[in-house]
Design a protein around this ligand. Sequence first.
Ligand SMILES: NC(=O)c1ccc[n+]([C@@H]2O[C@H](COP(=O)([O-])OP(=O)(O)OC[C@H]3O[C@@H](n4cnc5c(N)ncnc54)[C@H](OP(=O)(O)O)[C@@H]3O)[C@@H](O)[C@H]2O)c1
Length: 307
Amino acid sequence: MSSVPLFKLNTGAMMPAVGLGGWGGHTTEERENAWTFMLMALQSGYRLIDTAWAYHTEKATGEAIRKSGIPRDQIWVTTKLHNQHQGVFVEEYFEDSLKKLGLDYVDLLLLHWPQTAKYTPDGSDALDATGNLICYDTPIFNESWAHIEKIHASGRAKAIGVSNFSIKNLEKVFETAQIVPAVNQVEMHPYLIQQDLKDYCDAKGIVLTAYTPTGYDTVRKDPTILELAAKYGVSGGQIVLAWHVARGVAVVPKSANEQRQKDNINLPKLDAEDVKRVSALDQGRRLCNAANKEGKVWGWTYEQLGW
Ligand SMILES: NC(=O)c1ccc[n+]([C@@H]2O[C@H](COP(=O)([O-])OP(=O)(O)OC[C@H]3O[C@@H](n4cnc5c(N)ncnc54)[C@H](OP(=O)(O)O)[C@@H]3O)[C@@H](O)[C@H]2O)c1
């Protein structure tokens, strides 16, 4: 077992390799109460919370940090710019994030998705007649990235990065970027190992963070994962998270359960052979953000996403 390792970003900052996922649920009550499981995690030793404007848990994140009494500079806060807030909205809504967090800087600001969704004042989804999110076909993430670079230069986001970006869309970012994203947060687990994206990000010095990192029960209860869980005397979830860390991928598992929170930051060191066995489970299969029956993910096709 080991304590939480740190990964060095291209800014020189050391980011905890395991943080707490900050998705708080669908209802206002769940989102407002999210501070309770966040505080529990901070008290258990977590030092990174992964929130987003779109989760509506930035207020809860700030509340948990203040209630914990842990100095601000010892906690890593990641937030994300909503896909409705690209282009001209970037600055205004980043300020809104800071206000909700009650902080004057974040450690990492991510551009949540490459696509731009139709703006609504409260951030709720604008859907077309078929129930698809209304998105614009022409990406404007290059313009958004330029705004994010200015926020970074102002010191209000110590590091900046992207989320859900493929090699195709990263290549497009690089056409105009002055700063290489420090992090790319994507869906990743043993059924979706994305070795090509991993190799590309490694070559560019971009640290990958896995979301849906445990792969839910689908992956946590895979027979190979359970066999390794028995070998190391831990849970399937711990095996999967240990595999990510061994691969140099950061993780943000979300648990509101005290024991599982503790398990998720107390990971075994896997033998190299076992890391390979887990990687061999790859099926190229998305479990969180898979295409709907129209072949779209949040309004874009796999082709547009470069998936
Ligand atoms: N960038 C993006 O577009 C994006 C998209 C999705 C998610 N995310 C981020 O990633 C975070 C995590 O994603 P996720 O919730 O999809 O996946 P996850 O953390 O792999 O799974 C969470 C679920 O698994 C359970 N769980 C957690 N650890 C466990 C363990 N060791 N054993 C058994 N069950 C366990 C939790 O239940 P209990 O609470 O009952 O333990 C919860 O129901 C989110 O909170 C968010 O911060 C980002």
